[in-house]
Design a protein around this ligand. Structure first.
Ligand code: ATP
Length: 277
């Protein structure tokens, strides 16, 4: 059994189907990039993986276990909009995960535990290149620095799965390249499984070991919202230890023979194959 298994996932909001029969098996340590048209349900799929939302039908298993009813420390998340705490410094933000974990009510640690949290935060600060900014508040950081901080904060909980929803979407191209390199370093070092939604196909090819394309396979021109999306392409890219191909040559990472168009056969959803729930 794979590390992450999604079986026949359906999501419907009101009477609008968003996702239809999504099946997926992902091995631990993969870096899965996710692309698809705006509004097709990519973020919804991440929220389902996070446990923030339940599918209308279908099941997610992580390491063989049904997904817990709510997000837990095993799954970290970073959104496009910076999600750090504005009233805390870089150091304060990086100490927060340990402080909440160790002291849910006070949110503060004391003595040796506080010292251990501080050391872990200092080490992460080095890794994400923010040691020089340890006493600055988020408003005094650039967008790229804030996103480094958000990723560092998520990683301090040592998640086995990191969910990234367009994390670099608001960054300029140079900062974006630096962030991509940092993500690859952290991913290789930690062995975590990453799901990353991006609108940048080049970024998806450059970073992913596997690329998923979400799209609708049934269309009703009279009523565009009649059907939901599913995974229409599942493209193996490169191995975890393959050298970084470099951002300027993304297309060479995927061999045409490796492209698996799911739309043929596998994604043939018959009318009436709707969620049972
Ligand atoms: N809680 C909700 N209630 C009702 N509709 C929702 C809810 N969340 C999302 N939607 C709708 O579901 C659809 C999919 O949204 P989602 O954010 O998952 O798409 P997306 O592919 O991530 O889009 P984008 O690329 O623009 O971020 C959209 O039509 C959105 O309006």
């Amino acid at each position: 059994m794979s590390f992450v298994e999604a079986q026949r996932i359906f999501v419907t909001y009101g009477d609008a189907p968003i996702l239809e029969r999504v099946d997926l098996s992902v091995d631990e340590g993969a870096l899965v990039t996710v692309v698809g048209a705006s509004g097709c349900g990519k973020s919804t799929f991440l929220r389902i993986l996070l446990g923030q939302e339940r599918p209308t039908a279908g099941e997610i298993r992580i390491d063989g276990m049904p997904l817990a009813g709510e997000p837990d420390a095993g799954r970290g998340v970073v959104f496009q909009k910076y999600s750090v705490f504005p009233h805390l410094t870089v150091l304060g933000n990086l100490m927060l995960p340990a402080e909440f974990e160790g002291s849910r009510f006070l949110g503060r640690l004391f003595g040796a535990r506080r010292q251990a949290a501080r050391e872990a935060a200092e080490a992460m600060m080095e890794k994400i290149g923010l040691a020089h900014a340890r006493d600055r508040y988020p408003a005094q950081l650039s967008g790229g620095m804030q996103q480094r901080l958000a990723i560092g904060q998520a990683l301090l909980k040592r998640p086995r799965i990191l969910l990234l929803d367009e994390p670099f979407g608001a960054l300029d191209p140079g900062t974006r390249r630096d962030m991509q390199a940092m993500l690859l370093d952290l991913w290789r070092e930690t062995g975590m499984t990453v799901f990353m939604v991006t609108h940048d196909i080049q970024e998806a090819f450059h970073l992913g070991t596997r690329l998923l394309v979400f799209d609708k396979i049934r269309h009703d021109p009279q009523f565009p919202a009649a059907y939901g999306a599913t995974i229409t392409y599942d493209i193996p890219l490169k191995g975890r230890h393959a050298p970084d191909p470099g951002p300027e040559d993304p297309m060479t990472a995927a061999s045409p023979a490796g492209i698996l168009p799911l739309a043929a056969g596998q994604s043939e959803i018959e009318r009436g194959d709707e969620p049972d729930a």
